[in-house]
Ligand binder design. Structure first.
Ligand code: MN
Length: 571
């Protein structure tokens, strides 16, 4: 792509005047930094940031984000570039570029058991949802051009894309991006399966087309008869990766894949959605158990639509997705739809400042709800884009890339004890990002921490003041034999692990933890990463100071709304 073509595309996306001038300036800047650099395809490197910026423009992201898309690899190649970007393009653009550079540190390797933590760390380092979106577009373009990479690297990147990026796209409701990332990853990781499925889908295409040609006009006339305005009817075949996953579930039986095509009907409003659904069900019998009302009960990431499968002919079923124009826009672009800019350069929809920090999924859910209601100033808009769900946690890495999730203020000794008590007990020093540091050093998100151990080394009582987490304190006390294993402070004191089952909601964890604080109990460890539903409990570890304390706490927690079951046991 040439610079002229790039400018033409910007105009196509409605970017002109001052905005276009700024982006041209950013392009010139990036071009200078990347001068002489080539991509493995032989193209000039600058074609990559240009492609990323255009993807962002297509999503209708704001101008600072598109500019950051052009500049996103500059700081990586020339460390002084960030200062110049701040000088020439301002604080906001340089903040976004810096965020992109920081998240580059996060790598998901192999089948990481701490994948959930990796995702959180990614978000915590990004600090701003727009950084995540820039990274998604960056990864999408790298995957589109991955055929030029050496095989081993290509596979590693594809694996990471599947595990980390596709799932982040899903959480942000960016379905198209998710589907594209999954298909590209599958093509490189499982080329044989990819080939078989795409060939099979192609073979089945004519039959589908024939079928659709019969159905589409019928749907149109029936809807028109009932005066339901059709904004758009379109259809799309399922993407290859999702067909593959379904085939796994159906043991490779293609005949059970009923919903290879989804017919999408877009109507003006919610009322028309239900009316259209009624008409479809009158025309054809619905498949039992396949009707899903995501309008009344949206998916956790905010997705809304009515889904139903119907028997159109003997043995042939078709999936219908019915949604309003607004739902459609959101389903296509996900979270990005919310700050699509109007011509005037002002955000179309407002944001509300996010106050509380919680489990990031429910946070996003809440957020999406708020988006619709509020109209706010651009200052509040910027505030809302910040990811501050994890203000109190930091995400650090072992040299191998495992994520250790710690409270803010944790030190290298906390890190060591969280890996294993033996590593803690024999620690003699620590390196952060390759530099030798003292045990007093506070860790930051993204730090790579290496603990140096020595045989025969033992903890000292001073260590108790160097650590932040209860787990590390207990392990040090145990090593110092301040009390025998299993009993603490008081002969009756015991470490208790309590499990709380229930439906997570906003304020759930806070309500639970406040029971502890009211009873003056320090929580030593709280695990809620995947908790908060009926199967996976929230786990809380604490020291019981008298024999019936756990029972008392249990009774109080059981009264909290949403709590289904509470159990506890000695740890
Ligand atoms: Mn890049």
């Amino acid at each position: 792509m040439t610079k002229e073509e790039f400018e033409k595309h910007l105009e196509l996306y409605g970017i002109a005047g001052k905005d276009k001038e700024l982006l041209k300036r950013a392009l010139d800047f990036a071009e200078k930094i990347h001068e002489g650099e080539k991509r493995l395809s032989g193209e000039e490197f600058i074609t990559h940031p240009m492609a990323v910026a255009l993807k962002l423009a297509k999503l209708k992201m704001d101008i600072p984000t598109i500019a950051a898309g052009l500049l996103h690899d500059c700081a990586e190649y020339q460390s002084s570039a960030l200062k110049e970007i701040k000088r020439d393009f301002g604080e906001e653009v340089s903040f976004l570029v810096d965020g992109v550079t920081k998240v580059d540190r996060v790598k998901a390797t192999g089948f990481d058991r701490a994948l959930e933590s990796v995702k959180k760390m990614f978000l915590a380092l990004a600090e701003d949802i727009r950084v995540v979106i820039i990274k998604l577009m960056d990864r999408l373009h790298n995957m589109e051009t991955a055929e030029w990479l050496p095989e081993e690297k290509r596979k590693r990147i594809a694996q990471e894309t599947l595990m980390l990026y596709a799932s982040l796209a899903e959480r942000l409701g960016m379905w198209n991006v998710k589907a594209e990332l999954e298909d590209l990853s599958m093509k490189f990781l499982y080329p044989k399966e990819y080939e078989i499925i795409s060939v099979e889908l192609k073979k089945r295409a004519p039959e589908r087309e024939r079928h659709l040609k019969k159905i589409l006009p019928l749907v149109e006339t029936e809807l028109q008869k009932e005066n339901i305005k059709i904004i758009e009817i379109n259809y799309r075949t399922k993407h290859i990766y999702s067909v593959w996953q379904k085939l796994h579930r159906y043991e490779g039986d293609w005949s059970r894949l009923s919903d290879l095509i989804a017919l999408r009907i877009i109507v003006p409003d919610v009322k028309s959605c239900y009316a259209a659904l009624g008409i479809i069900h009158k025309l054809w019998k619905p498949v039992p158990g396949k009707f899903k009302d995501y309008v009344a009960l949206p998916k956790p990431n905010g997705y809304k639509s009515l889904h139903t499968n119907v028997f159109t002919e003997e043995k042939i079923t078709i999936e219908f997705q019915i949604r309003s124009e607004e739902m459609h826009k959101e389903a296509e672009a996900g979270i990005a739809a919310h700050w699509a800019y109007s011509e005037a350069g002002k955000p179309k929809e407002g944001f509300k400042k996010i106050g509380k920090k919680f489990n990031w999924i429910s946070q996003l859910q809440e957020w999406q709800k708020e988006l619709k209601k509020e109209n706010t100033t651009s200052e509040e808009l910027l505030e809302a884009l910040k990811i501050d769900f994890f203000k109190d946690r930091i995400f650090t890495l072992t040299p191998k890339g495992d994520v250790i999730d710690l409270p803010r203020g944790a030190t290298p000794l906390d890190f060591a004890y969280h890996i294993h008590s033996e590593i803690g007990n024999h620690a003699t020093g620590a390196r952060i990002n390759g530099k030798l540091v003292s045990f007093l050093m506070e860790l930051k998100s993204g730090d790579i921490v290496e603990i140096i151990t020595q045989k025969g080394k033992k903890p000292t009582p001073e260590w108790l003041s160097l650590v932040k987490t209860g787990l590390a304190k207990n392990r040090i006390k145990r090593a110092l034999r301040i009390f025998p294993k299993g009993s603490f402070i008081h002969p009756e004191a015991k470490i208790i692990e309590m499990k709380i089952y229930g439906k997570n909601r906003v304020g759930f964890i806070k309500d639970i933890t406040s029971v502890y604080s009211k009873n003056k109990i320090n929580i030593q460890n709280l695990i809620s990463a995947r908790g908060g539903n009926e199967e996976t409990p929230i786990k809380i570890t604490f020291v019981q100071k008298n024999p019936d304390q756990a029972e008392k706490i249990k009774n109080k927690i059981e009264k909290i709304s949403g709590v289904k079951k509470v159990t506890y046991a000695l740890k």
